[in-house]
Design a protein around this ligand. Structure first.
Ligand code: B3K
Ligand code: ZN
Length: 879
């Protein structure tokens, strides 16, 4: 392996030049595109040479103030850039480069997809387009002229406002765009191709009229309405909640089917994976609808948090990503509106955090929310930066209150609009706007790892005082052995024996609250509550007020009490999860010891009450009845045994199913949604609960009646949610009953790529699908490793979502993984690197599996031609 340089946060230096303007002219063509760039530079910091980044570019010409530069005396060209020697203080630099979009399989820079041209520049893709300081703190005003064949590229889009368009002498056409806001290169975008759009005029809160557009390939205009609605809702929400208005005359969303991630917030020209735009009831599920709303919101909210105020360097990535995820989470919750809806949304967010981020924190890639070093920045678009980053932002709101948080946001924009800043600047705005000292809070940015908060309680009958003693610790992570205490907000409530909230009087305080935020800043602290007439049941870490593991020795009866009565819906659900998890962990041990398995009635009765409580939201009931996933149980295991986990969880599912068969059947019938499909939270919740009931009903093998219930649902479903859910249940049986419905499904949707992705994914993630079947599916004419959605639907679904087959004892899953990592590495390093991470936790598995995983990792590590992306990860994993 060749050594690749590590970039350190401490090495940050401001760029020595200011670039006031960048004029770009593109002569677009899929085979050869010429890019003419002209920039006006002025030195602002001492230094000598001018450094411009480049990646795989061909330099055609370079002029300084009109004089052609000489490669012998004026500049040095190497693999990653261009150094102009001793430039003057102020000058114009003109450069012409050539790129080959149709040869670009990395989907970074300028690339072709279905005959159209797109760009993706974050984080460092602009350097694949032209020579430029491709770093977020160099902000410039862009003028962009696109020239292309009028037939093949009838639509020409870039950032900002369209100022001119017309026909060129040679018959091609052109469009000229000016972005009035200066921006870093990672926010540049262009789109050229045959596209159509749904558009609407929209009046902002200030009364200004803007044009909103959703661009798609011809034939997809019947799937853009939900994205458009989501965009309008996002604009309104940001006006109302944060007083932030759309700053352009036009806002465009463009859908592309070849895309490395979800979407990209380019200024005024958001480019989206089709998966997060296209929806109608025939092809999209409730989850797709919710995801579209959330991703449209996320990218739109970046317009202020990311674009107007951006990052000084990539170590500050969470400054925009954590904050914007927090904003999209709040948006999605507000769109549901009800308290229980908010809780359902919060539970979904916390589930991802615990399952994926907590496990990242416990593995070789653990890093702080603001990392100190990286090799390949694309490897740091992680759940820690995004989801834990969002929790860190949420903690400010918990500590300062909603109004205090808003004051902090206002000050942040007042101070930093138009600038590239740091996470410290954000924290300072929050502190200063509220007159608070948030110095210790900095540790959430600098220390990796998930803190554990252990709680002990003591009740003094004579004094009628209840004391909670909180103690925090955090395990070492790579490169960080000793951790200092975090500033942790722990929201608590106390329930009496009837399940009512007890008024909370913290010692020394005269007014009572139902819930209060305890601020844990030392390693150990005690909090005393007065006027507590009888021993309460504590409801701890309400609404998951901090991204920590909370340990408290709850008894089963206390958990059942919380599940039945807690006014904090999040903790109601949490109590049910604790009950289930304790049982599952015990069952796993029993499976490993070869003991007979059993499940006690306390759990069944407690969740049975929830299942049958029609006063509760169906979506909430579905969440309570959903067992912790196999991945979550793996996360909680000291030594992971994927087979025992699978057997234990299946056993528990079957027991629940057998004991509550009648209830599930009743719930199934009672939660049918009739009439025209609507993706609203209530209808989606009903479908979710109904389909969960169906899954339980079919989980007892060989129940012909229930299988025919699922078959009927497949045939009669009026929407994709119901059809796919019933099909999934059938596929999961591994029986012949799934063959015909699977074939019908394929035939019905053969020309819809996103639905065919679902078809691949459903099969790949079924515990009955082994690696041989996956290999067979890879030979299907519709499979294509170059398309990230398709690769994810089959390969990632198998490696991520089918643990029992992926971890086959003979290591065949791991050998497959190594093959696919290497194949993807040659095509698209970013996608390959995502697949690498499946083996993050190889050292936590049983020794026999570990050895086979190590072989697979070494196969990858010892291969030639590894990308930086893949190499950084395998090196860290094998360390
Ligand atoms: N900012 C982009 C992510 C870019 C990823 C580059 N590897 C999308 C988002 O977070 O909104
Ligand atoms: Zn983002």
């Amino acid at each position: 392996m060749q050594t690749i340089p590590t970039i350190f946060r401490q090495d940050y230096c401001p760029y020595p030049f200011k670039i006031s303007h960048l004029n770009l002219i593109f002569d677009l063509d899929a085979a050869h595109t010429h890019v003419h760039s002209e920039m006006l530079l002025t030195r602002v910091n001492p230094g000598s040479d001018l450094l411009l980044h480049a990646d795989g570019l061909s330099l055609l010409s370079i002029h300084l103030d009109g004089r052609e530069l000489s490669a012998v005396t004026d500049y040095v060209l190497n693999d990653d850039g261009l150094r102009v020697l001793n430039p003057p203080e102020s000058f114009t630099l003109s450069i012409v480069t050539q790129t080959q979009p149709d040869q670009n399989s990395t989907l970074m820079g300028l690339y072709a997809s279905n005959g159209n041209l797109f760009t993706q520049c974050e984080a460092e893709g602009f350097r694949k387009i032209t020579y430029f300081p491709d770093r977020p703190d160099v902000m410039t005003q862009y003028t962009v002229e696109l020239r292309a064949d009028a037939e093949q590229y009838s639509v020409l889009l870039s950032n900002g406002n369209l100022v001119d368009e017309g026909v060129l002498d040679d018959g091609r056409h052109y469009a000229k765009w000016i972005d009035p806001f200066k921006k870093p290169s990672y926010l540049f975008a262009l789109v050229a191709g045959k596209l159509v759009c749904q558009e609407e005029k929209f009046i902002l809160a200030s009364g200004r009229e803007v044009l909103l557009q959703v661009w798609v390939e011809d034939g997809n205009l019947d799937k853009t309405q939900h994205a458009m609605e989501s965009l309008k809702n996002s604009i309104r929400w940001d006006e109302q909640r944060f007083g932030l208005e759309l700053d352009l005359d036009r806002f465009m969303i463009v859908a592309v089917s070849d895309f490395n991630m979800g979407a990209m917030e380019n200024k005024g020209l958001n480019i989206f994976n089709t998966k997060y735009v296209l929806a109608n009831s025939r092809v999209a599920t409730d989850i797709d609808y919710a995801n579209i709303e959330s991703v449209v919101g996320h990218e739109y909210f970046h317009n202020w948090t990311g674009n107007r105020v951006t990052c000084q360097d990539w170590f500050q990535l969470s400054l925009k990503e954590g904050l914007t995820v927090f904003r999209d989470q709040e948006f999605s919750a507000d769109m549901i509106g009800t308290d229980s809806g908010r809780a359902v949304s919060r539970i979904g967010d916390v589930r991802t955090l615990r399952q994926v981020q907590f496990s990242e924190d416990a593995g070789p890639m653990a890093h702080p929310v603001r990392p100190d070093s990286y090799v390949e920045i694309n490897n740091f678009y992680t759940v820690t930066i995004y989801e834990k980053g969002a929790e860190v932002v949420r903690m400010y709101q918990t500590l300062l209150g909603r109004d205090g948080f808003r004051k902090g946001m206002d000050l942040y924009f007042a101070r930093h609009d138009g600038c590239a800043v740091t996470c410290d600047d954000f924290r300072a705005a929050m502190a200063d706007a509220n007159g608070r000292d948030l110095a210790q809070f900095e540790r959430w940015y600098s220390q990796a790892g998930t803190p554990v908060v252990t709680v002990k309680s003591h009740y003094d009958t004579d004094l009628q005082q209840y004391t909670l003693t909180l103690r925090q610790s955090c395990a070492p992570t790579p490169g960080q052995t000793d951790k200092s205490p975090f500033h942790i907000p722990v929201t608590v409530g106390l329930l009496d024996s009837n399940g009512q909230e007890m008024p909370l009087y913290l010692v020394g305080e005269s007014s009572a609250q139902a819930s209060c935020v305890l601020e844990l800043t030392d390693i150990e602290q005690s909090f005393v509550f007065d006027r507590i007439p009888a021993l309460p049941t504590p409801s701890l870490l309400r609404n998951f007020s901090a991204p920590v593991v909370l340990e408290y020795a709850y008894s089963d009866t206390e958990l059942a009490h919380l599940l039945a009565h807690d006014s904090d819906a999040f903790n109601r659900w949490e109590a049910g999860q604790r009950l289930a998890t304790q049982r599952l962990m015990q069952l796993i041990k029993s499976v490993q010891a070869g003991e007979a398995l059993s499940l006690d009635s306390l759990y069944l009765e407690a969740v049975g009450l929830v299942l049958n409580d029609e006063n509760l939201d169906p979506a909430f009931r579905e969440l309570v009845l959903t067992l912790p996933s196999e991945a979550m149980l793996a996360e909680l295991s000291a030594e992971i045994d994927p087979h025992a986990i699978h057997v234990a969880r299946e056993y528990m599912r079957q027991q629940i199913s057998a004991h509550m068969h009648k209830d599930f059947y009743q719930v199934y019938q009672a939660n049918q949604t009739m009439g025209v499909y609507s993706p609203d939270a209530i209808s989606a919740g009903k479908r979710g609960l109904k389909n969960l009931a169906l899954a339980y009903l079919v989980s007892n093998d060989a129940d012909e009646q229930m299988i025919s219930l699922a078959l009927t649902q497949v045939h009669e479903a009026q929407n994709m949610t119901d059809r796919l859910a019933a099909l999934a249940v059938l596929v999961r049986t591994g029986d012949e009953c799934a063959i015909e419905p699977l074939n019908d499904f394929y035939q019905d949707f053969a020309d819809d790529a996103l639905v065919i992705d679902k078809w691949f994914s459903l099969q790949a993630s079924s515990p009955k699908t082994d690696v041989e079947l996956v290999r067979q599916l890879m030979r299907h004419p519709d499979f294509n490793l170059h398309n990230p959605n398709r690769a994810r639907s089959l390969i990632f679904s198998f490696c991520h979502a089918n643990p029992v087959q992926f971890h086959a004892k003979d290591g065949s899953g791991y050998a497959f993984w190594a093959e696919q990592v290497l194949a993807l590495n040659a095509i698209n390093p970013q996608v390959a690197a995502r697949l690498v991470r499946v083996l993050d936790h190889w050292r936590k598995y049983q020794p026999a599996l570990q050895a086979r995983m190590q072989d697979a990792l070494l196969t990858v590590a010892n291969s030639v031609g590894l990308s930086k992306d893949v190499q950084e990860l395998v090196v860290k994993m094998l360390k």
